[in-house]
Design a protein around this ligand. Sequence first.
Ligand code: OAD
Length: 259
Amino acid sequence: MRQSMDVAAQALREAQAVVVFTGAGMSAESGVPTFRDALTGLWERFDATELATPEAFARDPDLVWGWYEWRRAMVMRARPNPGHVAVATIAAQAPGCVLVTQNVDDLHERAGSRPPIRLHGSLFAPRCSGCATAAVMGELADQPAEGGPVPPPRCENCGARIRPGVVWFGEALPEASLVDAVAAARTCDLLITVGTSGVVYPAAEIPRLAARSGATVVQINPQRTPLDEVATVNLPGTAASVLPALVDAAWPVPPRTSV
Ligand code: OAD
């Protein structure tokens, strides 16, 4: 691990174009469950991948809107963890750093990073399901602590239901974000992938593309993933522990000299 950390730190210190690519594991230590974690409370009998579909919203809009309201409340209570802070440090220190996230929370921004390229949208950017007009994020609906169905508001423009501004399974990714993320992956010399299972496409193509383009790929994840095969360096461990250690190893604070 020490040796891998040194290799990763040197790559970070020397890189001219860095991409940090994050997934749900990035926010796990802030208390936001990943998609592979079992759901709890009312949501126990659901699978996240079944609630996050256009079909689920069409079938039961109150249930799906309620699930996103419950998640929005959870994210608003959550705080960025030391991993988010370390990413903001990397973004500030490393030249040409581009942050690409699959997460729909706002914890990167709240840790001080500039708004990331969002491949899967945001919990905080609802829009009309009919005319796509951006909707104002309303007050959080009253919900029991374990969550529950909440009727989505209606569009002021056309009267259709407001939907969460996230990408659901089976939907296209926002074109401009994908184009920017692909361009950054193609041209970076270091990509750090953090807390993603690397199985949901096309996002999972981003680290693979960087590797194919000759970049060093550093993976931070406590588990093995299919990205092991493209990672130049694996740093097994969690975002909140490994990322600050990587920052410290890349840019050690010089010892204070006394006169
Ligand atoms: P997943 O839930 O698929 O994977 C989370 C990853 O984070 C796993 O590989 C875990 O081992 C790792 N992990 C868990 N705790 C961690 C920690 N403390 N530090 C670092 N890593 C940790 O999440 P994503 O890969 O982000 O898409 O999932 C990709 C997409 O699939 C999501 O954006 C979402 C999902 O369904 C949509 O909603 C469209």
